[in-house]
Design a protein around this ligand. Structure first.
Ligand SMILES: [Mg+2]
Length: 398
């Protein structure tokens, strides 16, 4: 583990990544609206975005908006290769690189001033290098905090560079629309807009208690901190978790088997999404149970193959739950938890992608991109409808 925290921080984000790779590799696609996907839009070129086409949109709706679009099937191995090449450029820039996803990373360039120049110079060189070595456009935001660097790259897109000087942070942040705040999805944005709050500056004026009353505790605090540009997270490198877990406390009183299954499914859905976002795979599924008398047990199963797919992991967890049912009926369950361990990083980024695993991988990837864009409550299983959802927070790397 290597943590700097000196800043400044670069947020580097490839533009319309999958679509740009397609345009790079096929000159006939350049300058034309390109949609990668089919049933669902996995990525759209800026020419297609100009017509309102968005990631995770249904294919039919996308074609209605942009009938001239060229639809190409995804080539995940090409994207994986391009991603590896871009991350090489990142690591040639600074040793402190924290990958967020296949096409995006934070880079801490503090302490490089004497060697590499100002952050603006470093960022400009990084953009040139990615263009020369990989043939792709990348946007870079530079700021003192991760949050602000990410906001800056979002504002600067496409093919842009934006430096937020330390003495102008709030001047930059406060006029922006609330949607620019990290973690503000459609639902939160419309709650704010319903109350006439459209800019980050207005959010900052509200005060934490008002925000908490409006949006709930976690979300309200989170937004309050961001609107005041408080984000102390340093750039982490090489932080590799050994496990990922989630749990749910249950009220007293017995729960029907179907309810327990829904609890378990919700936990597995959440964890596998995190797993894929972190480009990890797991082999071992652990079921954790706590009973009414506060005793705890764990049951685990190691699968033959590591995977990041929801279905095999859910099937394993269900197997564990089924064999624990007699114990649960006898003792009364008060907490159910799932931990995924035996984590591996396989081929770095490729396993979060649909690849050739057919429908299972495509479904996972599609659901992930819908939830990334519209929040985790955007799509759910029929069995989970009407249950309380967690707050939609941005997925940070595990
Ligand atoms: Mg991107």
């Amino acid at each position: 583990m290597f943590v700097s925290g000196e800043g400044p921080i670069l947020h580097a984000d490839l533009d319309a990544f999958y679509a740009s790779v397609e345009q790079r590799d096929d000159p006939r696609l350049r300058g034309r609206p390109v949609i990668v996907g089919g049933g669902v839009v996995l990525a759209a070129s800026y020419e297609a975005k100009a017509h309102g086409v968005r990631t995770a949109m249904g294919g039919r709706q996308a074609m209605r908006l942009c009938p001239a679009a060229v639809v190409v099937p995804p080539r995940m191995s090409a994207y994986s290769e391009a991603s590896k090449a871009v991350f090489e450029v990142f690591r040639d820039t600074t040793p402190i690189v924290e990958g967020i996803s296949i096409d995006e990373a934070f880079l801490d360039v503090g302490g490089l001033a004497r060697i590499s120049g100002t952050p603006a110079q470093i960022a400009a060189r990084l953009r040139r290098e990615v263009a020369d070595r990989v043939g792709l456009a990348i946007t870079v935001g530079v700021a003192r905090t991760k949050f602000l660097a990410k906001v800056a790259s979002g504002v600067a897109k496409p093919d842009g560079l934006l430096v937020v000087p330390p003495d102008a942070e709030l001047d930059f942040l406060h006029p922006l629309p609330v949607e620019r705040l990290w973690g503000v999805g459609r639902v939160t944005a419309s709650k704010l807009r319903d109350r006439g709050i459209t800019t980050v500056g207005q959010v900052a004026e509200l005060g934490e208690p008002a925000l908490v009353a409006m949006l709930g505790r976690a979300s309200g605090r989170h937004l309050h901190a961001l609107a005041h540009n408080r984000d102390p997270r340093p750039v982490h490198v090489g932080r590799r978790r050994r496990s990922m877990g989630a749990q749910r406390a249950l009220g007293r009183g017995s729960r029907a088997a179907a309810e327990l299954d829904a609890d378990l499914t919700a936990l597995v859905d959440r964890l596998t999404r995190r797993l894929r976002a972190a480009a990890r795979v797991c082999r071992t599924v652990v079921l954790r149970l706590r009973f009414a008398d506060y005793t705890r047990v764990t049951r685990s199963h190691t699968m033959a193959e590591p995977t990041a797919h929801t279905e095999p992991i859910l099937a394993t967890a269900r197997g564990l739950l089924t064999s624990a049912m007699p114990m649960i009926s006898a003792n009364g369950l008060t907490l159910i938890g799932v931990t995924l361990t035996n984590l591996h990083t396989e081929g770095a980024v490729q396993l979060m992608l649909p690849f050739d695993e057919g429908a299972v991988g495509t479904l996972d990837a599609t659901l992930d991109s819908v939830r990334d864009r519209f929040g985790s409550a955007a799509v759910t299983r029929a069995a989970l409808l009407g249950r309380a959802q967690g707050i939609a927070m941005p997925l940070l790397p595990d």
